[in-house]
Ligand binder design. Structure first.
Ligand SMILES: [Zn+2]
Length: 245
């Protein structure tokens, strides 16, 4: 067995582990801004709903005021009709004035109903806003907590990433440049996992069987082995635990 090859492969495995962890952490950090933005968006849309309700209330209040002014106009019309009623001379005139008065009364009663509806809906919406405000406060508190957790995790990730970058530099220094190039070439073809172990003569990179002769040769660590199916750099399981699995 050549300890040199075994050592080289162990370094490659270490390199791959570091690179995978760096990649995972970078992905997570990349998602942090999106997560924070989503939380803000949910909170923002809640606030918007409350604003929309306020606008509906204002519309109702405006409508109420305009109806109120209509009733005032009608009240003065009614006053005039009553005056007229006092001075009518014929029965026909009397009937017609009475009718006029009734009509105005009816209109006013309809307007008053509408005014009541306005007041009711304002009251309902105000209650709704009150409820939403409470929900908003709860949501806002939760959001702040969630943001704090995300930020704390991302701070930890950054520290870890820093350490990994240093580890990566260290391991790169001791890896044979030709092997490093080979590793990167394979990585370019198959993605993150360029080095795969072989268990029970099956390549764990592609799940295909390694020819028996090649599998036997691999155990000697005489040279670097490449999977004939996926072209990954392969090695037989190194620790005992994996072997007995
Ligand atoms: Zn393979």
């Amino acid at each position: 067995m050549s300890p040199a090859i075994k050592g080289k492969i162990e370094n490659l495995i270490k390199l791959q582990e570091i690179e995978i962890e760096i990649d995972t952490i970078r992905c997570q950090l990349g998602g942090v801004k999106q997560k924070l933005d989503e939380l803000d968006l949910t909170l923002g849309s809640f606030k918007e709903k409350i604003e929309e309700d306020r606008i509906i209330i204002e519309d109702n209040q405006q409508k109420y005021r305009s109806l109120e002014s209509d009733t005032q106009t009608n009240d003065s019309k009614m006053e005039k009709s009553r005056e007229k009623l006092k001075s009518v001379k014929t029965n026909k005139e009397y009937q017609s004035s009475l009718k006029e008065l009734d009509d105005i009364k009816e209109i006013n009663s309809k307007i008053e109903d509408e005014m009541l509806q306005c007041l009711e809906s304002v009251e309902n919406i105000e209650q709704g806003i009150e409820n939403k405000k409470n929900e908003y406060e709860n949501l806002s508190e939760l959001t702040e907590k969630e943001k704090a957790v995300i930020n704390q995790k991302s701070e930890q990730d950054k520290v870890r990433l820093n350490q990994l970058d240093q580890d990566l530099n260290e391991i790169k220094k001791i890896i044979d440049p030709a092997l490093f190039d080979k590793y990167n070439m394979v990585k370019g073809k198959v993605g993150m996992i360029a080095v795969a172990y072989v268990k029970g003569s099956v390549c764990q990179g592609c799940n295909m069987n390694i020819p028996p002769q090649m599998y036997n040769e691999m155990q000697r660590f005489d040279k670097l082995s490449i999977c004939p199916h996926c072209q990954r750099i392969i090695y037989p399981v190194i620790n005992e635990e994996e072997k007995t699995e």
